[in-house]
Design a protein around this ligand. Structure first.
Ligand SMILES: O=C(O)C(=O)CO
Length: 328
């Protein structure tokens, strides 16, 4: 699609819930000849040598061994978002291909959503809306209440750029902020947001009124919050997950929510996404769900697209790649 003399960029497609929106397609076409997965699979021999970059949007297309093998001119995988759990970085690096992502574009909107979920769960905004629009006005009672946010303790797990921005926002709500991270932040960074480091995750879990997961999904963090961790939390506490579904043992979470081990959960991410329509999380009143929309603002999505264009162009021109992902 577009000018065939421009460098070829493989994209998942333009249709369906994961399709790239029309405005972004038009902008991408100013720089690249976009080749959809469908076109590629129909005409691999002719198109494969033209493809210099894969544009990964919403985790698609999957960049696996077979795809890497079939793209001899590939220079870069440009992946939208901060999370990299959908990419096999070692495999891609072993093919001599670079990777870029868009961590800066997503950190503020994702932190905003984290706070939105925290507030919505604490103040039961979704339930409140349902009561407000219910035809049965008698359903509302003056004794219908939520949890206070001002002055409460927020425990942030994962103090990367998203976690730090959550702390900045929580400070405005006069929250006490605890955090747990692989690496302790500099003292001046802690001081600027009034955050206290918890070297032990258990301490953070026991002391927090709200626990916010803002950590990347890696083999080390998979199942980080399981039955034991949930049992350490206060019965009045709320778990918020804006990281990735598999950070939490979801069956243990359902049980904890059903039996009052914790008060509530607010989840932007689940496993799988979307959840099967008969999943118990969809039926619980003390659960607030959003469909993985951390970066879903017009502004952030445009910034993500522009950042990926810059990274692809830099790699094709042999220049330093903005937001290049380096293997640790
Ligand atoms: O940037 C990401 O990886 C996200 O999932 C934002 O929600």
């Amino acid at each position: 699609m577009g000018d065939q003399d421009l460098p070829g960029v493989l994209v998942s497609g333009f249709k369906g819930p994961h399709g790239i929106c029309e405005d972004h397609v038009r902008d991408l076409q100013k720089h690249f000849h976009l080749i959809t997965m469908e076109e590629f699979l129909e005409n691999k021999t002719q198109l494969a040598p033209k493809i210099r970059a894969v544009f990964v949007w919403g985790g698609r297309p999957a960049v696996d061994r077979e795809l890497l093998r079939s793209l001899p001119s590939l220079r870069i995988v440009a992946s939208a978002g901060a999370g990299l759990d959908h990419l096999d970085l070692a495999l891609i690096a072993s093919s001599g291909v670079k990777v870029a992502s868009t961590p800066h574009a997503v950190s503020s909107p994702t932190a905003d959503l984290g706070m939105a979920l925290l507030l919505a769960a604490a103040r039961r905004v979704v339930e409140g809306h349902q009561l407000a629009v219910s035809p049965d006005t008698e359903k509302f009672s003056i004794n219908w209440m939520g949890q206070g946010v001002t002055g409460a303790t927020l425990g942030i797990i994962g103090m990367g750029s998203i976690g730090y921005k959550i702390a900045q926002r929580a400070r405005a709500f006069e929250m006490k902020i605890l955090y747990h991270n692989r690496k302790r932040r500099k003292l001046e960074e802690e001081g600027a947001v009034g955050a206290t480091y918890c070297a032990r995750l258990d301490d953070l879990l026991q002391w927090s009124d709200f626990v916010m997961l803002a950590v990347s999904l890696t083999p080390q963090t998979q199942g980080l919050v399981g039955r034991r961790e949930l049992s350490l939390m206060k019965p009045s506490a709320t778990l918020i997950n804006i990281g990735r579904g598999p950070l939490v043992d979801q069956d243990a979470l359902v049980e904890a929510l059903q039996t009052g081990v914790i008060k509530a959960a607010a989840l932007d991410v689940t496993s799988p996404e979307p959840l099967p329509r008969d999943h118990p999380l969809l039926k619980l009143k003390n659960v607030t769900l959003t469909p993985h929309i951390g970066s879903a603002t017009h502004q952030a999505r445009r910034q993500m697209m522009e950042s990926l264009v810059e990274s692809i162009l830099a790699s094709l021109n042999g220049l330093p790649i903005p937001n290049e992902v380096l293997l640790e």
